[in-house]
Ligand binder design. Structure first.
Ligand SMILES: NC(=O)c1ccc[n+]([C@@H]2O[C@H](COP(=O)([O-])OP(=O)(O)OC[C@H]3O[C@@H](n4cnc5c(N)ncnc54)[C@H](O)[C@@H]3O)[C@@H](O)[C@H]2O)c1
Length: 274
């Protein structure tokens, strides 16, 4: 059951809106009455995301790697809806390769989308927020792999760690304008197109039972955190990193009952063995 919000007087940009978490964020903001500028480089996916939505939703195709495109996206929001209140920097790519096989151009693209795109959209969105003078919200994205080693994730994991660091700096620099900047860090979220490739299906079927909640998260559950961070309920929250990972960042599901068989501590536990 989703918490109900009223964003009927707010204008929101959502990047990476053509599928997955971004599509769900668009849907939840639209259902809460917001005016939404949904953007993505994938035109068919974007059109699918925006079909039959209530309220004001405008789709603009754009690539967040490009500064002029980011300016165009923000201008489309302010010209269409008259203002800008919230920018959700959800667009990302996550191709995986082992360190020794990583292609430099793929590495550069990961950084161009995940880091430069977040920077360019943050700066473009902050300009009208500053000149409007009534604050704003910027929500960036990271990932649980930013803080642990994960084979094949060198580019993606390090690029997501960079957005966490960027979020802290942006929060400090934009605080005087009442623009709150926070970062959402999902764990395993079920957004992959089905059927899954065989190797991925195999590794997920081993991993999922070990997650504390023993299931992947839903795009809806990530979107709910984004809406809270955009709401009046989070008015004293900035520079923060919020995990939405079912507890996977803090440990694994217990494999069974906890039994202390360690004889060294019988004198502590009071257990006697005969
Ligand atoms: N799904 C997960 O398990 C998971 C886990 C951790 C973090 N995340 C983060 O959550 C966010 C959403 O994840 P998702 O699984 O929905 O991603 P996704 O890959 O399903 O969707 C990403 C969207 O970004 C768009 N995009 C990519 N490059 C772009 C560009 N240059 N310009 C504009 N749009 C571009 C894609 O077209 C796509 O629509 C991402 O920031 C991701 O890093 C996801």
């Amino acid at each position: 059951m989703n918490v109900r919000y009223d964003f009927s007087d707010r204008v929101v940009i959502v990047t990476g809106a053509a599928r997955g978490v971004g599509r769900e964020i668009v849907h939840q903001f639209a259902a809460a009455g917001a005016s939404v500028l949904a953007t993505d480089r994938d035109r068919p996916g974007l059109e699918e995301s925006c079909r039959d939505l209530p309220g004001h939703v405008k789709a603009v195709v754009g690539d967040v790697r490009d500064e002029d495109e980011c300016t165009k996206i923000v201008r489309a929001a302010t010209e269409t809806f008259g203002r800008l209140d919230i920018c959700v920097n959800n667009a990302a790519v996550a191709p995986h390769a082992s360190l020794m096989d990583e292609r430099v151009e793929v590495w550069d693209t990961v950084y161009a989308v995940n880091c430069r795109g977040t920077f360019l959209m943050t700066r473009a969105a902050a300009r009208p927020m500053i000149s409007q003078g009534h604050g704003g919200r910027i929500i960036n994205f990271s990932s649980g792999v930013s803080s642990r080693g994960s084979a094949g994730a060198a580019a993606y994991a390090s690029s997501r760690a960079a957005t966490e660091s960027f979020t802290r700096v942006a929060a400090i620099e934009l605080a005087p304008y009442e623009i709150l900047v926070n970062c959402v860090s999902p764990g395993l979220i079920d957004t992959q197109p089905k059927p899954l490739p065989p190797t991925m299906a195999q590794s997920l079927s081993a991993r999922i039972p070990e997650l504390p909640l023993a299931r992947p998260g839903l795009a809806e559950e990530v979107a709910q955190l984004v809406l809270w961070l955009s709401s009046d309920g989070s008015s004293y929250v900035t520079g923060a990193l919020y995990t939405v990972d079912g507890g996977s960042g803090v440990g694994s599901r217990p494999p069974g009952a906890v039994v202390d068989d360690d004889v060294r501590y019988d004198w502590v536990t009071g257990r006697s063995r005969v």
